[in-house]
Design a binder for this molecule. Structure first.
Ligand SMILES: *Cc1c(COP(=O)(O)O)cnc(C)c1O
Length: 370
């Protein structure tokens, strides 16, 4: 048996007709830039998230960057974010000349630890970027309170959590809680484009106005540029593809949750591994299914010989990456994520993964430990 970490071909096979038709229609209309499919997709996406405004952009990274531009993040500002995330979350802070301030994670949820946020707030702190890692919402109740107390903005990085929900005063979809939120449609995400694509979402009309200008050269009309902007638009073809996929997203997320449940069931409690924690106050969309194991790298090698591809998200926390060495963090600075980085292992998960495949993967893991 050969099982990959994600299988985009299996998904395409199931929706090929609709996707091919959507792509062909854009080509027939030669409506490639800011076509009507972009607006249609943005409208559907606001409904899916439960937010007022949505702006399609060229990638999740560009979405994060434009959000910081709209929030006026500038030289010498400090921005708080988890160290245990993809580099883009921190990169964009550096692009603005600001300083990423890394915070350790909660040992059980793998998300930013709110208790540790307040300890690093200074006069220069402007905002917090919580990441809803692996599809599981960060503790937005606690984070919102800290932000309110210190007058900070909150930018949600929802790149791994399209459709995840959290219980606030009522159940909310992530992306509708912070001041502004970013999504990635990188092909392997829960909803992926056929190339790079992303989305910015907000309820704030002023931020919305800025983002709308920023992503398209500061344009008011074709030949009037109100501000210096960027060429960060979402392609019409990608929007058309994403519109087709958005109809399936809820169902795909349900399948991911079921697969996670099957892994939980077949793996069971065991001294050799720690399963992902499911908190009662949130509904994860299981972008990934990470387990914690000793001997992670040997298990990975073993599974590879059995035809099973796995992933490691992330082997090196950002504060220890060469790119961020200039910030002065050391081994031991953020011990929780440093330890988890050595043990975390992402098992295959995608909506089309079959129960017999999960049984096989679990059998191989058990064989390795026995
Ligand atoms: C994927 C991802 C991004 C970046 O998105 P791209 O569309 O690849 O630019 C940002 N943050 C996190 C947490 C991600 O997983």
């Amino acid at each position: 048996m050969k099982i990959s970490l994600v299988d985009l071909k299996a998904q395409y096979k199931n929706i090929k007709k609709e996707i091919d038709y959507a792509i062909q229609s854009v080509i027939d209309k030669t409506d490639f830039i800011m076509g009507e499919e972009v607006v249609n997709f943005e409208n559907s996406f606001t409904q899916f998230i439960g937010s007022k405004y949505a702006f399609g952009v060229s990638s999740g990274t560009d979405a994060l960057h434009l959000a910081l531009c709209a929030l006026n993040v500038t030289h010498d500002d400090e921005v708080i974010l988890p160290s245990f995330t993809f580099t883009a979350t921190a990169e964009v802070v550096v692009w603005r000349g600001a300083k990423p301030v890394f915070v350790d994670i909660d040992e059980k949820t793998y998300n930013i630890d709110p208790v540790k946020i307040e300890k690093v707030v200074t006069k220069k702190t402007k905002g917090i970027i919580p990441v809803h890692l692996f599809g599981q919402p960060a503790d937005m109740n606690a984070i919102s309170k800290i932000a309110m107390k210190h007058k900070l903005w909150v930018l949600e990085d929802c790149a791994q959590a399209h459709g995840a929900q959290i219980k606030m005063n009522q159940w909310k979809t992530v992306g509708s809680i912070g001041d502004i939120s970013c999504f990635s449609f990188y092909p392997g995400k829960n909803i992926g484009a056929y190339g790079d694509a992303g989305m910015l979402v907000t309820n704030d009309s002023q931020l919305a106005q800025k983002v709308g200008l920023l992503r398209n050269h500061g344009r008011k009309e074709k030949y009037t540029h109100l501000i210096v902007g960027y060429g960060n638009r979402l392609d019409t073809i990608q929007a058309a593809i994403l519109s087709v996929k958005l109809k399936y997203l809820k169902d795909w997320n349900i399948k991911r949750v079921k697969i996670a449940g099957l892994y939980d069931y077949y793996l069971g409690k065991n001294k050799n591994w720690i399963l992902p924690l499911v908190v009662t106050w949130a509904k994860s969309v299981f972008h990934l299914y990470p387990i914690r194991v000793k001997n992670r790298d040997k298990l990975r090698e073993f599974l590879k010989t059995k035809g099973i591809e796995t992933g490691v998200h992330y082997p090196i926390p950002l504060h220890l990456q060469p790119a961020y060495r200039f910030l002065g963090y050391k081994n031991g600075s953020l011990p929780v994520c440093e330890n988890i980085a050595k043990e975390i292992l992402s098992l295959p998960i995608y909506p089309e993964l079959q129960e017999n495949q999960i049984e096989y993967i679990v059998k191989c893991i058990k064989d390795f430990f026995s």
